[in-house]
Design a binder for this molecule. Sequence first.
Ligand SMILES: [Zn+2]
Length: 153
Amino acid sequence: MSDIVYENEAAILSFSYEEVVKALERHIIENEVEDDSKLLNWLKKCSGQGEKVIRLKEDKKRPEYLNRIIYLLSDLLSDKMGKFFCKECRLNIPPAQIRVEKTTPFDFQKGMNKTTMKEIQKELGLKSPLRMSGSGGTQFTCPQSHLLLSTID
Ligand SMILES: [Zn+2]
């Protein structure tokens, strides 16, 4: 079985194809989200049913269903699966050493500058200032506190 590799500016994450597909199938049964099914079909097709390595780069312009993979990978990482390479440390980080932090909506908002907030506001077509409601997100950092991946829940 091959791997699924996801790369962003700070890190390279790799997971076994089997782990990802299993987790995704579980998700589909539990939540019945249409985009999850699309993602699963895409993964199966691109990997030739798990024969070829899939390499994904961070890309906000991708269809929404493909970007859902970040949440899936984040779930797997929370379960201590997958491999992390920190570009700054130039080291592979064992899952047990990765720090997982839950952030509150307030922390998230604090970390963003005003321009970003305005852009999101515009994109969503909101008239009032952006307010983060609901839960926050999850951040994954290496032992040297380099931010490797963050998700908004
Ligand atoms: Zn690092």
